[in-house]
Design a protein around this ligand. Structure first.
Ligand SMILES: Nc1ncnc2c1ncn2[C@@H]1O[C@H](COP(=O)(O)OP(=O)(O)OP(=O)(O)O)[C@@H](O)[C@H]1O
Ligand SMILES: [Mg+2]
Length: 463
C-alpha cells in the first residue's frame, strides 16, 4: 500500500465526515456531521427526530465506516421490525455500498443478513428485536463493537436489558435513533433519567434538506401544529401528556409497525361510520381478528344511496373468503337509512346506536365509550396490527376521556372535539365500530372468548 493510501486510511478512521464526503461521495447534512462526530467522540449517542431527516442513511454510513476502518470489528444492528431492518436499513447500506470506489467496495460483501469484510475478522449483522427472542444485542465480543438501534422508541425494553452487559463493555459504542413516540422506555430515559450516560440530539424535519417544505406544511394543515402527530413526526418532540387521552400515541404507533397475520379462519368484520355533517367523512374499516387488513377507505359528500352503492360494490368485489360476517354501521342520522338499505340488499349489516347506554358493562356511560375502550384494550394486547395510515393514528389519539359524576368512563364527543379545533375522528370511529360485533371479539390468544349470540360454524361463518 502506498504511503498516501495509508495516510488516507488513518485520516478517515479518525474522521467519519471525511469518510462520508470523500469515500462515499455524498455531502452529509449539518446534523449528520454533528452526529457522526458525536459517535466518534462518545460511547452512547441517542438521536430523536422527525421523519425523513436521513437517520437510516446516517446509520448505514456508520456501518460502512466502522467495518472499513476498524479490524477486527463487529456491528450489531437491530430495529423494531424485520422490515425496518431488511427492507429499509439494509437497503440503505446496499445503496451507499454501491457508491464506494471499487477498491473499498470490493472489501465488503453485502449479504441479506450480514456484511462481511473480505479477508478480515469484521462483520455487521441485523437481528430483529423481538420480545420472544430478546438476544438481538447479546453475545458479541470484539474490541471494536458498534451497536445500532433504528426506531428505538418501538424496541421492547427487554432487548436493552438483555443487551446492557454487551453495550457496557469497554470500548463498545451504542447509537439509537428514532421518532420519539412514547414517553417511557429505554429510548426515552436516555434523554431523561439516564441523560448523563448519553450524548443526545434532537433533529426536527425542518433541520434537514432531505425533507420537503411541502411535507411539513401538509402535516400542519392536516393535523395542526399543536397535535401530537406533528410534535412527534415533524418536530422530533415527545408527545404531550398521554394521561387524559383514551389511546396514547405509542400504542397506535406500535401497532402500525407490528408484523402480524390473522389466522386464515378468523372472521372479517367491517365498521362503517357514515358522515353526519358536510365536513365529516364516511369511513370503512375492515378488520380480521387482530389485523386491520387495509388502509381505511373514506368518502366525502356522498348521499345515502351513494354510500349504499359504494358498500355494495366493496362487498361484491371482495373475494368470497374475505367477505365480512358483519358490517357494523353507526345508525345515528343518515346511518339508519344505510342500515335499512344494506339489509334490503341482503348484506350482513347491523346498526349500532353508539349513543345508547352501554350494554355489557356498567363501567361506561354509552356504547360509544365502550367501543373506544375495547379498541384500546385490543391495542394494549400488543399482538395486533394496523396499516400504515397516518390519519388513523392521528384520529385514534385525539379523544380524551373523563369520568361522569356517577363514576362512568366517558369519551369526548365529536362536538367537544370540534370545539377544540379537531376534526371528527371518523377513521378511528370506523375501527371502533368493528368492536361492536361479537364475532370480531373472537381472536386467538387473548382475553376475548368466542361468545356469540349468532350461530357460527367452526370457521366463523354464520350458519
Ligand atoms: N445527506 C444526504 N444526501 C443525499 N441523500 C440523503 C442524505 N441523507 C439521507 N439521504 C436520503 O434521503 C432519504 C431519506 O433518508 P432516511 O431514510 O435515512 O431518513 P429517515 O430519517 O431514516 O426517515 P424515516 O423517518 O422515514 O425513518 C433516503 O433515500 C436517503 O438515502
Ligand atoms: Mg429511517
Amino acid at each position: 500500500m502506498k504511503d498516501s493510501e495509508v495516510e488516507l486510511l488513518k485520516a478517515i478512521a479518525l474522521d467519519p465526515v471525511l469518510f462520508v464526503r470523500s469515500i462515499i461521495g455524498v455531502e452529509p447534512e449539518q446534523w449528520q456531521c454533528d452526529a457522526l462526530y458525536a459517535v466518534r467522540d462518545n460511547d452512547r449517542v441517542a438521536i430523536r427526530s422527525g421523519h425523513g431527516i436521513g437517520k437510516t442513511a446516517f446509520l448505514s454510513w456508520l456501518i460502512l465506516w466502522w467495518l472499513l476502518t476498524r479490524t477486527p470489528s463487529r456491528v450489531a444492528c437491530t430495529a423494531n421490525t424485520a422490515s425496518q431492518l431488511s427492507d429499509i436499513l439494509w437497503a440503505e447500506v446496499a445503496k451507499w455500498h454501491r457508491r464506494l470506489p471499487e477498491g473499498f467496495r470490493n472489501l465488503l460483501d453485502v449479504k441479506s443478513d450480514k456484511i462481511e469484510f473480505i479477508g478480515g475478522d469484521s462483520f455487521a449483522v441485523a437481528r430483529t428485536a423481538r420480545r420472544e427472542t430478546p438476544e438481538a444485542l447479546q453475545g458479541f465480543h470484539s474490541p471494536n463493537m458498534l451497536f445500532l438501534i433504528d426506531e428505538a422508541s418501538g424496541v421492547d425494553d427487554l432487548i436493552f436489558e438483555v443487551g446492557e452487559g454487551a453495550m457496557s463493555t469497554k470500548g463498545a459504542k451504542t447509537v439509537m435513533t428514532g421518532n420519539p413516540t412514547r414517553t417511557s422506555g429505554y429510548f426515552y430515559e436516555a434523554f431523561n433519567k439516564m441523560a448523563e450516560r448519553w450524548s443526545t440530539m434532537k433533529v426536527a424535519s425542518s433541520d434537514s434538506t432531505q425533507v420537503s417544505d411541502g411535507f411539513i406544511e401538509d402535516m400542519k394543515l392536516k393535523y395542526g401544529d399543536e397535535s401530537n402527530i406533528f410534535r412527534v413526526r415533524v418536530l422530533g418532540e415527545w408527545p404531550e401528556a398521554d394521561d387524559d387521552v383514551v389511546i396514547p400515541m405509542h400504542l397506535a404507533e406500535a401497532a402500525v409497525r407490528r408484523e402480524q397475520e390473522a389466522a386464515e379462519t378468523t372472521p372479517v368484520v367491517w365498521g362503517l361510520d357514515v358522515a353526519r355533517f358536510g365536513s365529516d367523512k364516511t369511513a370503512l374499516c375492515k378488520r380480521k381478528g387482530n389485523v386491520v387488513t387495509e388502509p381505511i377507505k373514506t368518502w366525502r359528500n356522498k348521499d345515502l344511496m351513494e354510500v349504499c352503492g359504494i358498500i355494495l360494490n366493496e362487498y361484491e368485489t371482495t373475494s368470497w373468503s374475505d367477505r365480512p360476517v358483519e358490517i357494523l354501521v353507526d345508525s345515528i342520522g343518515l346511518g339508519a337509512g344505510v342500515v335499512d338499505r344494506l339489509i334490503e340488499l341482503d348484506l350482513p349489516c347491523r346498526g349500532i346506536n353508539v349513543a345508547e347506554s352501554s350494554s355489557m358493562s356498567d363501567k361506561y356511560s354509552r356504547l360509544r365509550d365502550e367501543l373506544w375502550f375495547a379498541a384500546k384494550e385490543w391495542l394494549e394486547d400488543r399482538d395486533c396490527s394496523l396499516p400504515d395510515d397516518e390519519e388513523l393514528v392521528s384520529d385514534l389519539c385525539k379523544p380524551r376521556f373523563k369520568f361522569t359524576s356517577n363514576g362512568k368512563l366517558k369519551v369526548e364527543s365529536k362536538d367537544e372535539m370540534k370545539r377544540r379545533g379537531l376534526n371528527s375522528p371518523d377513521v378511528a370511529d370506523a375501527l371502533c365500530l368493528t368492536f361492536g360485533s361479537r364475532a370480531s371479539l373472537a381472536k386467538s390468544g387473548s382475553r376475548y372468548r368466542w361468545n356469540s349470540t349468532l350461530d357460527y360454524d367452526s370457521s366463523g361463518w354464520i350458519v
